[in-house]
Ligand binder design. Structure first.
Ligand SMILES: Cc1cc2nc3c(=O)[nH]c(=O)nc-3n(C[C@H](O)[C@H](O)[C@H](O)COP(=O)(O)OP(=O)(O)OC[C@H]3O[C@@H](n4cnc5c(N)ncnc54)[C@H](O)[C@@H]3O)c2cc1C
Length: 404
């Protein structure tokens, strides 16, 4: 077994997040799985506490909002454990508690990560402290985000957005939606920019909320944007359409957020493994780390296999976040982490249901819920297949048009 130590300075944060997962998330986990679309009001107080922790800590807290690449003078040779790693450690603990509740934590949306990654200081000032969802997906554009049809047209000092967005996590509850739209569809992916839209903008209309397999505490909204006007300053990043640079700016956000989604998968995987370990112990199955797996009880052998998979996913995930903290390009590692942890989460949580039999399948325990919750982590922020495609492109030196 690999025993990685949490950096000393992050121990209090990880332990606080674990306490929140144990004392706040777990007790209401089943309640909001059953009451889909009801807002977990218990999170309001918690969110304020996290805001306080964010303000007090130089390393951010346990949500997604703190992720921003910082330049720290001379990066060469310096080993830095910063905001990406601390955020990741917090997320792992909170998702050990409940993935759906983490996803609906006020002011910790994926849009917050996008804003933190690329916003100007003025935008950070204007939009900081608000809850931001992220709207990329459209009915005709999921995995192929370059195919989006939503348009943004400059009219005086405003952009006018038109289009349709689906599957927006926290779309109904957030204050802001970061909307991806094209400035000029004839210029392809280089013209895709993100725009901050206030949730109460009259041009942004909620069509419906999804009913889902898992993460039912988190709302998933579909919107129509109809002549939705936003100020020019709502465009995130560079307004120029740079065909050379292509999609790179927009994609940069994913290098920061994919390790976090991988961390969510690590959290729920560990929850299922811990529960299964104690169920196996109750059933008299001994897991022996000093004997080959295949010479042990079949359930113990399977457990060891799952634990090894989990540890590989965790290492890959920590590595990707650590690279971001150290300003190293991490697209490859971020996709590897997301693919590995997403698949491991699905495989392990479902196998834990299997190993625990009736207890695993019943609603008296959370194992069946974790298996349902884990699946989304292998889908959003780029499916497993898309992550593998990105990995293959990078390793083989192929462009997106050469390998698709
Ligand atoms: C609960 C939930 C929350 C979400 N939250 C958000 C959000 O907050 N913001 C947002 O913008 N989106 C969100 N999404 C959308 C999510 O990111 C997309 O569902 C995902 O990117 C896949 O797109 P798709 O559903 O259109 O599937 P498709 O792209 O149609 O893919 C269908 C299948 O084909 C595979 N596939 C596609 N292309 C290839 C290829 N080239 N090679 C191999 N296999 C391929 C995919 O891996 C998948 O298995 C959410 C989705 C869900 C279900």
């Amino acid at each position: 077994m690999i025993n990685l130590e949490t950096p000393k300075k992050f121990k209090p944060l990880a332990s606080q997040a674990h306490q929140v997962a144990t004392e706040v998330f777990r007790p209401i986990s089943r309640k909001y799985d059953e009451a889909e679309h009801a807002y977990p009001k218990e999170l309001d107080m918690l969110a304020s506490l996290i805001d306080g922790m964010n303000e007090a800590s130089e390393h951010g807290a346990s949500g997604a909002a703190g992720v921003r690449r910082e330049t720290n003078g001379d990066d060469a040779g310096e080993n830095r454990n910063g905001t990406n790693l601390s955020t990741l450690l917090g997320i792992i603990e909170l998702c050990w508690g409940d993935v759906g509740l983490l996803l609906t934590m006020p002011r910790q949306g994926l849009g917050n990560s996008a804003i933190a990654s690329v916003a100007s200081d003025e935008q950070l000032e204007r939009y900081g402290g608000k809850w931001a969802a992220m709207a990329i997906t459209e009915p005709e554009a999921g995995s192929d985000s370059a195919a989006i049809r939503t348009t943004a047209e400059l009219d005086g000092d405003e952009y006018v957005l038109n289009g349709e967005k689906i599957f927006v996590t926290s779309g109904d509850r957030a204050d802001l939606i970061v909307v991806w739209a094209s400035l000029d569809r004839s210029k392809g992916r280089a013209a895709i920019k993100s725009f901050i839209v206030e949730r109460d903008n009259p041009g942004l209309n909620l069509d419906r909320l999804e009913h889902k397999l898992g993460i039912r505490a988190s709302d998933t909204a579909n919107f129509t944007l109809q002549d939705c006007r936003v100020p020019k300053e709502a465009l995130l990043g560079d307004p120029e359409v740079n065909v050379e640079k292509g999609f790179a700016g927009a994609m940069q956000t994913f290098d920061n957020t994919r390790p976090l989604v991988a961390g969510m998968a690590c959290g729920v995987t560990r929850a299922a493994l811990e529960e299964t370990r104690s169920r196996l112990a109750e059933a008299g199955v001994e897991i022996d780390y000093d004997r080959p797996a295949l010479s042990q009880h079949a359930a113990a052998a399977r457990f060891l296999e799952m634990e090894a998979d989990y540890e590989a996913a965790l290492l890959q995930t920590l590595h990707a976040a650590w690279m971001a903290d150290n300003n190293r390009p991490n697209s490859l590692q971020a996709s590897m982490a997301k693919a590995k942890a997403g698949r491991t989460g699905v495989d392990v949580t479902l196998s834990c249901v299997e190993l625990c039999g009736g207890v695993g399948y019943g609603e008296n325990e959370l194992l069946e819920k974790w298996a349902r919750d884990a699946k989304i982590l292998d889908i959003f922020e780029g499916t497993q297949q898309i992550q593998l495609l990105i990995v293959a492109r990078q390793l083989l030196g192929k462009s997106s048009s050469e390998l698709r």
